[in-house]
Each structure stands twice: as structure tokens, then as C-alpha cells.
Design a protein around this ligand. Sequence first.
Ligand SMILES: C[S@@+](CC[C@H](N)C(=O)[O-])C[C@H]1O[C@@H](n2cnc3c(N)ncnc32)[C@H](O)[C@@H]1O
Length: 268
Amino acid sequence: MNNLILNDKEFKVFQKIIFDETGISLSDSKKMLVQSRLLKRIAFYKMNSFLDYLRYIQINKKEKIEMINQITTNETYFFREMKHFEFIEKLAKNMDIKSRLRIWSAASSVGAEAYSLAMVVDEYLRKDQWEIVGTDINTEVIKKARIGLYPESWVKKIPLKYRQKYCLKGKGNYEGQFLVDRKLITNIKFEKGNLLVKQEGIGKFDVVFLRNVLIYFNDEIKKRVIHNVISNLKIGGYFIISLTENLKNLDIKELVQLDTSIYQKVSK
Ligand SMILES: C[S@@+](CC[C@H](N)C(=O)[O-])C[C@H]1O[C@@H](n2cnc3c(N)ncnc32)[C@H](O)[C@@H]1O
């Protein structure tokens, strides 16, 4: 059963479904990766071919979501690209006592980005002054983010002062893991959200993090995703991408660049 091969014709159908659902352009070199990730689902259902699985996801919405969960790449870690957290620290430090700060971690994966942001802003702002929303298309990573339990090895990336304040070492069944202190969670929400669609229900933000996800999209999808996302950004608000990404050739008129990877929305 585990010897099943995904043929080119079937792979093309998966490529199309994944593109239509997520905007992710999977190159032909990703065939083996798709094959190995989806074999697990095929084994779970004791199916005999990729074609059976293809037919199944077309009539079963839940399994289509599961298929997408298998395909997305969710690599993340705490305080990834420290420059951005220093930027947020400065922002929080200089905020006047009457203002509120809302930050959106769009494509939040398992929540390391959102919790890192929370640790920084909680240091400077009162609880009623900040809110963070994390969204991702992958329903499994959203579940993990809500729980906030991570392998102990991940704690190393967290600056000591935050580690001591917000990370609880697991004992017994949780040995080898740490939990982000639940006192932060009251100000953080994690929800399913597809970047291909405008997120109407989550309101406007002062800062949006959209990092390490644009790389999966072609230029047309990048433009669409950025326009969707910045429609939730207040004028004057900040839009942050990864240090390894850029908005070259995209001609997003609403944004001006302030620094590498940091943009400001200047018009509607
Ligand atoms: C590599 S992770 C980046 C996580 C985090 N932003 C960081 O920089 O560490 C990319 C995330 O984008 C999500 N993603 C991919 N396509 C998406 C889409 N169309 N809508 C929402 N999230 C998407 C994936 O599920 C994955 O969790």
C-alpha cells in the first residue's frame, strides 16, 4: 500500500485544487513531497490509489481541509527576525496611555509569532491597551496555537526576560515542553482565515505581520493577498513582511517603504 505512486496527471489535479483553495503554487519538483504527505491520508482510509483519494476530497469538504493541512509548510519559531520585534517594542514604548494597539499575525502557523508579539507589548502596555489576532488556513496549526504548548527546544529563541516571565516548564505528562502563560491568551485570538479572501470580521489593525508566506504565491496572488490584508490595516498602520521577501514589481500604491521589510499604509 505504501508503495503507491502519484502519477503526473493526478499530481496536476492536486496542484490545481491546492492553487484554487490556497493560492499556493506548487512547482513540479514538489511531486514527491505531495506524494509522501498524502500517503498518510490514503493509508488512514485504506484506499488503493491517489485517484480514489482525489475523488474523495471532491465530495468531502472536511477531508479537503485535511489535505490542505498536510500540504502547507508551517515552519516558524519565536522571535523570528528580531528586528521586527524591536520595531514593535519601540512602538509600544512610545504609545500614549490612551491609545490601543491591535496587531494581526496573518499566516500565524502554530502561534510563535503572535505569542512573541504578545510578550513584547505586554511588557509596556496595559491589558486593555492591546490585542493580537492570529489567522491561518491550516486548521491544525490554529488548534495548536490556541493551546500554546511547544517543545522545550523552542524556548531558546525567546529572550531570557520573556522566558522567565511567560514560559512555564512542563512537568509529568508535559515533560520536554513548555506552555506560554495563559495570562497572555485573554488578549489573543486565533482563527481560521484564508488570505485569498478579505477578512471582514476581524476589524482594523495598527500593524499587520505577513511574513514567510508570500514566497508560496505567484505575483498575481501576492498582489491579491496584500490588497486583501491591507484592507484591514488603518491608514498610518504598518505592514511587515519577512526580511527575505520584497514587494518588487507588485506596485502596491497604498504602501510606502520605511525600511527593509517595513511599510506604512498611506492611502485607502
Ligand atoms: C512558513 S509559515 C510562516 C509562519 C509565520 N508567519 C512566520 O513567519 O514564522 C506559513 C504559513 O502560511 C500559511 N498559509 C499558506 N497559505 C495560506 C493562505 N492562503 N491563507 C492563510 N494562511 C496560509 C500556512 O498554513 C503556514 O502556517
